[in-house]
Design a protein around this ligand. Structure first.
Ligand SMILES: [Zn+2]
Ligand SMILES: [Zn+2]
Length: 195
């Protein structure tokens, strides 16, 4: 598949094409290059340090998904992705670090946009800038965009399936280990937070 076809597939999942998605594409592509095929099951595990647009590209490309439990979110606000390959024991840490300097006139446009300016011409200019940025990210040499290094660490433990049990307050089922003991009752987290 060409980059464009792949980006279309990712955009179909995510909803739009944006620079974040392009960063995620490059991080995922580098991970697969270093570790091998995408995960049909749980062969690969991704630990992502942000919950931005990029993570949707990581999910589509690597098969590490939130639902399968092989996508682990750490809320650090960093463009860092660590991938583990269970079978080989290999792991790679990818930090997105795009070193392209924005020309001052571009910076000025972004600043106006971020300050809330939604003038028609500015909106068009920003759209064009974003498209250019996506293309630049997709075509940049890996070394200009990503810091990739192997890591020597064990992968996070596999996703586990737990029995469910009913909350004594609301009656809804929850994963048993998530229920809290309170006054001899077992209650779910939202109910525990209400009382
Ligand atoms: Zn996006
Ligand atoms: Zn409850």
């Amino acid at each position: 598949m060409t980059v464009n076809d792949t980006m279309k597939k990712i955009a179909a999942f995510h909803g739009h094409i944006c620079p974040g998605l392009a960063y995620g594409y490059r991080a995922a592509e580098a991970a697969l290059k270093h570790l091998g095929d995408r995960a049909v099951d749980e062969e690969l595990v991704a630990v992502v340090e942000n919950d931005s647009c990029a993570v949707d590209a990581v999910q589509v490309l690597t098969g590490c998904t939130f639902g399968k439990g092989n996508l682990i979110f750490r809320d650090y606000g960093k463009q860092v992705y660590t991938f583990f390959h269970r079978a080989s024991g290999k792991a790679v840490r990818i930090s997105v670090d795009y070193r392209r300097e924005e020309p001052p006139e571009e910076r000025a446009l972004w600043d106006r946009f971020q300050a809330g300016d939604r003038t028609g011409t500015l909106v068009e200019q920003i759209k064009a800038l974003k498209q250019r940025k996506v293309q630049a990210i997709l075509s940049a040499p890996e070394a200009e965009l990503l810091a990739v290094r192997p890591v020597d660490a064990a992968p996070p433990s596999k996703a586990r399936i737990y029995p469910s049990a009913r909350c004594d307050t609301c009656g809804e089922k929850a994963m048993a280990p998530r229920l809290k003991e309170k006054n001899g009752q077992r209650i779910c987290i939202p109910c525990a937070q209400k009382t």
